[in-house]
Design a protein around this ligand. Structure first.
Ligand code: WT7
Length: 703
């Protein structure tokens, strides 16, 4: 193991022991679960999975080998389920270059074929006799609010809204900015864009007005779709007002959003009982802002699909970059569709009568691939939930699972950790016997959370799929298959079909067998992103420059003696707060915007529920004092610039930062200070070693 990775590994272990200490505050008695070791294996329940798509590990191994040896054959069979207006040419099935020494980096699947994704998700299912099947059960924030949408009705709505977009001048290739909550109109908006070949750019409605404005400016959208507001638990979010601020900022920078379409949502839902009885007024700007409902009234429900090239852009979705500037990850039509559909089918072992429930917000890639595209491509019935797991009570997820007889449940470790704090009776009072598959995504799942999920939620009968993937990968890349893979708590296990995972050491040499290294991939699968919007150079730099010939995930992983892969976390300067990936640079640049801050360094500190939280070191200018007001100001600034989820937990005064003689900040040391671990290792390369002691002495009491 190389030094750098060994150091990271040690830090992760430390983080873990720290976590256990903090978890002591939970009411849960973990010792009752006999914590598993790496060798503990949980087998898929044979009676639950006897008819699984893949029901033995051998079968997985065979299929995987086939997908790697004969990708044309493997995917060639799968693509037949879809409608292609111009058929796929086997000679151009897929082409790629991952090695910059041989020319520009690119990946193409099914080049030259044409199709339309909304046609495949909607018309195809309606034609197959599933028009009356429920596509979505919508469950509102308040339990009294719910509705449902069939495939036929969804198709109709999508066509109508596609016509609305057309009437606003949206054409093939145009970007449409979307800032929406968990309502069915969000799905309609995305699919309406794909119907006419527009590229959707949905920004999670937890991002601040500033962040949203930057993203609109970057993609140059002239049409924006949003809702007046939404209730999340007892909190009211005024989405349209945030959009107004974003549009103003864009205008100041010379870019005009010409049309803003607003779903009138607040008026049709139940406000929380303790909510202030205020009437929410949504200001509408004449000539620019219009109500969704008004526009839909006269729209025609017929809209012929635009036949798109397989490699035409489908959507972009921003993700954090280690330089601090967000990256517009670009996915294309054919490959993404096929990969979303296939991973959904196998990883959740989807069957036609299932009811699937993904808790991820539509604003993240999980929402795109596994709330919208994957399930609809399979003609599945999903639950879309607007609220939070804690409202009106802390058993809301379990109540929803019981209500809709959910068979597959997909959520994040941070949610599991938050929920396992409560008495398990909150789970047990609900009938969850419909469940077969429990999914986890967003960050490594710690064995404690895994065991609780397995025993308390899954009643030791469900399989857990710990799915490792990224905005960039489009869909799952490492995951167990529920009927096939014996499970090890905390291991993302094995690559999905078509994916070949490789571990590299610091010198780019492949690690065979047991070992730990950089997690990379040596060939594309259909769902891999194709570029960063308007920035192909950065795409090549970020993902392909470090190790020629490989796509670099930015994560480290370990392969154990039986070949299981364990993702150990980021090896770059990214942090993962409640599954929200952000870069230290992004937060640092916001902190240094503040006039009194001359320098800032941010590191991740382990957190019992959020996984990681932000620990910030700030060097202040001479006449700035470190006090409550400053802390409040800085936290507010981060919330405003990035979003509430990025708010720092700790801000420490750092008269000096630990730097090497060449001026590089040694974050390794800052991470030690954040967890108050004096075992800082070698500090001889520091310009001034006294800094370390000073920083330990300066730790805020609450840290
Ligand atoms: C990063 C990608 C993929 C949808 C949500 C996040 C971390 C994600 C796992 C997992 C260990 C995981 C990685 C990855 N991550 N899932 N099952 N085990 N780590 O998408 O925002 O693009 O973040 O999340 O660090 O690189 P994203």
């Amino acid at each position: 193991m190389t030094q750098k990775l060994a150091a990271r590994r040690l830090e992760n272990q430390l983080a873990h022991s720290h976590l256990e200490r903090e978890i002591g505050g939970f009411t849960l008695n973990l010792s009752a679960f006999n914590m598993p070791s790496e060798r503990t294996i949980y087998h898929p329940n044979p009676s639950v999975f006897k008819n699984a798509h893949v029901n033995s590990f051998d079968q997985y191994v065979d299929l995987h080998r086939h997908s790697i040896d004969k990708p044309e054959e493997f995917w060639g069979e799968i693509v037949k389920q879809f409608y292609w207006e111009t058929p796929i040419n086997i000679d151009k099935f897929f082409t790629y270059n991952f090695d910059f020494r041989k020319g520009p980096i690119f990946t193409k699947w099914f080049d030259g074929a044409t199709t339309n994704i909304s046609y495949n998700l909607l018309d195809r299912n309606v034609r197959n006799g599933n028009g009356d099947k429920i596509a979505f059960y919508w469950e509102g924030n308040h339990p009294d609010d719910y509705s449902r949408l069939t495939y036929k009705k969804l198709l109709e709505e999508v066509c109508k809204f596609a016509n609305v977009l057309k009437s606003k001048g949206v054409k093939k290739g145009d970007r449409v900015a979307v800032y929406m909550p968990m309502i069915l109109e969000s799905v309609v908006t995305l699919l309406a864009c794909t119907r006419i070949g527009a590229i959707h750019s949905l920004v999670f409605a937890g991002f601040s007005a500033d962040s949203f404005a930057d993203r609109i400016l970057h993609c140059g959208a002239r049409v924006l779709v949003t809702a007046d507001g939404v209730w999340r638990g007892e909190k009211h979010l005024a989405l349209k007002s945030i959009c107004d601020q974003s549009m103003e900022k864009c205008a100041r920078k010379g870019h005009n959003v010409e049309h803003c379409i607003v779903v009138s949502h607040l008026g049709r839902v139940t406000a929380p009982p303790n909510a202030p009885q205020q009437h929410f007024v949504t200001p509408m700007k004449n000539g620019r802002d219009e109500w969704w409902q008004d526009l839909m009234e006269d729209a025609s429900s017929l809209c012929y699909p635009e036949w798109m090239q397989a490699e035409d852009p489908l959507f972009m979705l921003y993700t954090s970059g280690s330089t601090g500037k967000p990256k517009g990850v670009l996915h294309t039509t054919g490959g993404y569709m096929v990969y979303a559909a296939t991973t959904f089918k196998y990883v959740f072992d989807y069957k036609p009568n299932d009811v699937y429930f993904c808790t991820a917000d539509v604003g993240w890639i999980t929402g795109h691939t596994y709330l919208v595209y994957g399930p609809l491509a399979n003609g599945a019935t999903s639950v879309m939930f607007e609220g939070t797991p804690f409202y009106p009570e802390n058993d809301r997820f379990w109540a929803v699972i019981e209500k809709y007889k959910v068979t597959q449940f997909y959520t994040a470790p941070t949610a599991i950790r938050a929920l396992m704090k409560f008495d398990s009776d909150l789970v047990k009072r609900h009938d969850l016997s419909s469940l077969r598959v429990l999914g986890s995504v967003g960050e490594p799942i710690n064995p404690e959370a895994w065991m609780w999920y397995y025993k308390v939620v899954g009643n030791e009968k469900c399989s857990i799929v710990d799915t490792f993937w990224q905005t960039e990968t489009g869909g799952h890349v490492l995951t167990p298959l529920p009927g096939a893979t014996p499970m090890k708590p905390g291991a993302a296990s094995f690559p999905f079909f078509g994916v070949q995972a490789v571990l590299l050491d610091e010198n780019g040499k492949e690690i065979e067998g047991e070992g730990e290294g950089y997690l990379v991939f040596n060939r594309p699968w259909p769902g891999l992103m194709r570029s960063l919007y308007n920035d192909h150079d950065r795409y090549e730099d970020t993902y392909f420059n470090k190790f020629p010939g490989y796509y670099c995930t930015g994560d480290g992983a370990r392969r154990d003696a039986s070949g299981y892969l364990w993702v150990t976390g980021r090896v770059d300067d990214m942090l993962n707060v409640s599954g929200h990936l952000m870069s230290t640079a992004e937060v640092e640049s916001v902190l240094t915007e503040y006039p009194g801050v001359s320098e800032a360094a941010v590191v991740a500190k382990p957190h019992p529920v959020k996984g990681e939280c932000l620990y910030c070191f700030v060097t202040l200018t001479e006449n700035t004092s470190y006090n409550e007001k400053l802390l409040g100001d800085l936290k507010k600034l981060v919330r405003e610039r990035i979003g509430p989820f990025a708010q720092p937990d700790v801000i420490q005064n750092a008269p000096q930062l630990p730097k090497t003689r060449s001026g590089k900040i040694m974050r390794r040391i800052l991470r030690k200070i954040a967890v108050n671990d004096r075992d800082v290792g070698d500090i001889t390369t520091l310009a001034d070693t006294n800094v370390v002691e000073e920083l330990f002495a300066n730790r805020p009491i609450a840290a």
